[in-house]
Design a protein around this ligand. Structure first.
Ligand code: GRF
Length: 216
């Protein structure tokens, strides 16, 4: 089995990064985490990745005059490391259309809501304000429009009386850590891919991993 060389892009603590690194330790995982790249040299996740023996790099957005030159620098680092696939994991920079198009079909993101609901930030607060009974997280291919890409997999969690932003976030992050490795596995194993703007599943594959629906 040839394992796809994956880069994880982070801005902060990198708990999803940690879940992906952990999953990729399994010899049957179809991807290897070849690089963790941050836009902040002090991102806490970089140290965690180093300790796990993974190559790290940072491209500080503050030392680039515009998005184009920042994205060009990101792209150069990804090429240097012969990266085939990119996972955004709490990467808090909006990428240029050019960069996104170059990685089209080869870049996914995890978002803390059941898309297409609650694109953008403060998703848990907005879910509580709207009074939804089901909330969750989504892994999707990245397209130029923010949080709008074709959906690969989702995990749904209940919203219960008394929930706060914090309790909801805590319930959902557990599912993020299950969902992201499952989605990356599906794609790198060739069970799911992007085709004509939609996610297609391999014929005969039951697509069970595309929905996690844990009990309350
Ligand atoms: C997660 O909630 C993820 O869904 C969002 O940013 C957060 C990153 O958290 N895109 P972590 O850095 O992976 O802990």
């Amino acid at each position: 089995m040839s394992r796809r060389r994956v880069a994880i892009l982070i801005s902060g603590r990198g708990s999803n990064m940690g879940a992906l690194i952990e999953a990729a330790r399994s010899p049957d995982f179809p991807a290897e985490i070849a690089l963790v790249l941050a836009n902040r040299p002090d991102a806490a996740g970089l140290e965690v990745a180093r300790e796990a023996g993974i190559a790290t790099a940072s491209v500080d957005h503050k030392s680039h005059p515009d998005r184009e030159s920042f994205d060009a620098a990101l792209d150069a680092v990804l090429r240097e490391h012969a990266i085939a696939f990119v996972c955004l994991a709490g990467f808090m920079r909006v990428l240029t259309d050019g960069f996104v198009e170059r990685w089209q079909g080869r870049m996914i993101n995890i978002h803390p809501s059941l898309l297409p609901l609650f694109r953008g930030i403060h998703t848990h607060r907005r879910a509580l304000e709207e009074g939804v009974r089901v909330h969750g997280c989504t892994v999707h291919f990245v397209v130029p429009e923010l949080d709008a890409g074709p959906i690969v997999a989702q995990a749904a969690v209940p919203v219960v009386p008394g929930d706060t932003e914090e309790s909801l976030a805590a319930r959902i992050i557990v599912q993020e850590h299950r969902l992201y490795p499952a989605a990356l596995r599906m794609i790198c194993a060739g069970d799911a891919w992007l085709e004509d703007g939609r996610v297609v599943f391999r014929e005969g594959w039951d697509a069970g991993g595309a929905l996690l629906s844990p009990p309350a």
